[in-house]
Design a protein around this ligand. Structure first.
Ligand SMILES: [Zn+2]
Length: 444
């Protein structure tokens, strides 16, 4: 993954500090390295960039399967999230990051952090994990979703002034920390969760701080009905009017966006985070990704959350993305392995406004690299490493992860987090959470 999409056999990457200082054939390297990783039989790739993640939902994996979206939110997801405390937030974030590192994700965009999850604790965990992450603090003003009024669980409701104030204070404390690995954005609630005025204030706030905004948009048809009824416009048309369609904006899903709205995004620079597994599982619909790409919209990939996907594995997500659009368009040429790999790397970097730093293996960029072990039956032979990784690979094939020049995982052992402890704490806390929320989940 570089400007020319080269595949270098017998390749090598030289890292100096946090940056890549040389890329090419290993036989042409003359620098003496202090330390070497033997990647024979493996493929070096830029780390994956997940553009739509809910850290707090990892601990709710499988809590609401085979359910409609509104029930999914109202009966399961919100009551559970609405009973989180800061220790739960931290435990879930660590579980999520452990899974992401182990499947090759090096950077993520977290879209909605409620205050009750404990922003500082989560940011400290990101710092410790070694990952690169954008943390978006939820901003909301109304307890609704689409045209459904007052449906939100009491523990999930937040006040607009407090939200706006908290984004600014988190930004001051955390943005740029951990050698620039941590960024702080606005996480605007979906249509129905904010007034027009609040969206305008978010846009102005982001401009003032020079930061980004992410929100769920046109995930379900209800979003379209709401925008038409309340504002007489299509969802992205409305977001453009309030100043939220520019290069610093990432819309999750965009399933029901229309051609007119793709043009707005292509023109203004806003990105879409495509979440094919989540959209399939919740039967939200199929985003017209090949058409969006053709129109010039920047589209990244996202795993969404524990109850919607139910995993945070970008390798599986790449395959889902490719196959879904092939069968929808009845065109096997569409959404090639190379295209989805771009979405999982360089296009994700662009969505986050970090395309000069990450998303490809080029001299001067941050050393965010993964090494995938292809010496496995399901990856043999390796005629085409790109299609092998996209169509036959799985997250557990990632052997090594390097972020910001630091080895975060080696031989599948994560060095920054205590994997056993993270899993144990998360399962204990998840059981207690279920009890507090008064939920009983029975396998159906
Ligand atoms: Zn989401």
């Amino acid at each position: 993954m570089d400007g020319n999409r080269r595949v270098i056999s017998d390749g090598a990457v030289l890292v100096d500090g946090s940056r890549i200082s040389n890329v090419g054939k290993s036989s042409e390297f003359h620098e003496r390295a202090d330390f070497k990783i033997d990647a024979k039989g493996m493929v070096i790739l830029p780390g994956f960039i997940d553009t739509h993640v809910h850290l707090a939902q990892a601990m709710m994996r499988g809590c609401a399967d085979d359910t409609s979206l509104i029930d999914w939110l109202q009966k399961f997801v919100w009551p559970l999230q609405g009973n989180y405390d800061a220790q739960d937030g931290k435990a879930s974030a660590e579980l999520c990051m452990l899974e992401m590192i182990k499947s090759g994700t090096t950077t993520f965009l977290e879209s909605l952090l409620h205050s009750r999850y404990g922003f500082d604790g989560i940011a400290e965990s990101v710092q410790k994990s070694g990952m690169r992450g954008v943390l978006s603090k939820t901003v909301m003003g109304l307890p609704s979703y689409g045209t459904e009024n007052s449906i939100m669980y009491p523990g999930m409701i937040e006040d607009a002034e407090t939200c706006l104030h908290e984004v600014e204070s988190h930004f001051k404390r955390w943005d740029g920390k951990a050698n620039g690995r941590i960024r702080v954005w606005y996480g605007a609630r979906s249509l129905g969760g904010c007034t027009r005025e609040l969206y305008e204030r978010i846009a102005k706030g982001a401009q003032k701080l020079g930061t980004g905004v992410t929100m769920h948009l046109s995930e379900i048809q209800e979003d379209v009905r709401y925008a038409k009824k309340e504002f007489g416009m299509m969802p992205a048309e409305f977001m453009n009017e309030v100043g939220l369609a520019g290069r610093n904006v990432v819309f999750a899903h965009g399933v029901w966006l229309t051609e007119m709205e793709w043009r707005i995004l292509a023109d203004k620079g806003g990105s879409v985070a495509h979440c094919p597994s989540s959209n399939m599982k919740l039967a939200s619909g199929i985003a017209k990704v090949p058409e969006m790409l053709q129109t010039g919209v920047n589209v990244g990939l996202g795993c969404d959350g524990g109850p919607s996907n139910n995993c945070y594995d970008m390798m599986r997500e790449m395959k889902a993305a490719s196959l879904l659009h092939k069968v929808r368009t009845m065109d096997p040429l569409t959404m090639s392995a190379g295209t989805v790999l771009e979405m999982a790397t360089i296009k994700g970097a662009r969505a986050l406004g970090q395309e000069r730093q990450i998303g490809s293996i080029e001299v001067g960029k941050k050393a965010d690299l993964i090494i995938v072990d292809t010496r496995k039956p399901h990856l043999t032979p390796t005629f085409n490493p790109v299609s092998n990784i996209v169509y036959a690979g799985e997250g557990s094939d990632v052997d090594t992860a390097i972020i910001d020049g630091n080895i975060v995982m080696e031989n599948r052992i994560v060095k920054t987090l205590d994997g056993e402890k993270v899993v144990r704490v998360a399962s204990e806390r998840a059981a207690r959470l279920l009890e507090r929320a008064g939920l009983d989940i029975v396998p159906n």
